[in-house]
Every structure is written in C-alpha cells, then in structure tokens.
Design a protein. Sequence first.
Length: 185
Amino acid sequence: MNEVSKRGGRRPGAGRPGGPSEVVRLPLPIVAIAKRMKDGSLRAGDINAFLDVSAQSGAAVPLMSTSAACGFPSPADDDMDRPLDFNELLVKNPAATFAVRISGESMRDRGLYPGDIAVVDRARSAVSGSIVLGLVGGEFTIKTYRMKSGGIVLEAANPDFPDIVITEASAFEVWGVVTGIIRTF
C-alpha cells in the first residue's frame, strides 16, 4: 500500500525543469532539429539535412569586357569576355553554401536590406569584421562579427538597433559567413 500512496499529486522535484511549457505542432524535420538544438548535438554543418541543400549547375550569361560608367557614357567595345556564371561568381564552396532571405533593418548601413538574399558560406571561418549568420538563443540573426578584448560582439549596422554582446552564458553559434547579397528590383 505504501507504493500506491506515493503516486499522484504534487511531489518535490517533479515536473519539467525550466518553467512552463506549451504544446505546439511542428513538422517532424523541425522537431528533430529543435531536439538536437536542445541537447547541444546540432552543428552548423547539419543545416544541409534541414534545408536539403545540394549543389546545382546554372546557366551562364554573356559578360561584356568593358564596364559601364554611371556618369558620362563611354563608347562600348565590341569585345565580349567569357560567359559569366552567377554560381561561379557567388558560390566558392557549393556543398557548404546556402541562401537566406533578409528581414529587418539592422544591417542597412552595410547595404543589407529587407528582401535581399544573403549568400552564406558555412566553410569560411568568421573573422573580426565579417558579416555572419549567427544562431543566438535559438534565433537567427545577421550581424557584423567583432572580436573585442571582452569577447565577441555582434554589431548592428543601424543606430536604431543594439549590438549583441556574446557572453559565456549565451547560446551562440556562427552558422556561416555572408559572402554576397542578391538584390532584385
């Protein structure tokens, strides 16, 4: 009978650690990624499985051998340079490169605007001054990566947005270095 009396009701130390939780419905691949983020086994290279990224060949377009002045017009050469492949121009490491659409205005002074597409190379290491896609506290952000005497700071390029100071307690990971921007208008 003693064993039955211990069941049910409130018990010290029972329940979920970390406070209240909420039940939500997520696609199974996102659930798997979330579980790996929680247990700390998710690595930056695992994004391929989540995004189903694969290298593909693309089409090339003709590239003129002269540049076009934005001031006074200059006579155009009849010469054409070799064809320009945008994948070759934007992607140095096809197996480690993906694209992400930018939202928000925090990087506008570095020329990154909402709706732009950032080309991200996971094979490149972040150095002070590079623009990175980082995962901070479970959320993605694009900021300028700075190594300072106190550690790492993710700098915004808009005075309306605060910088993010990375501490030992911060859950932070660099997912890749932004190597280019695609903008259409």
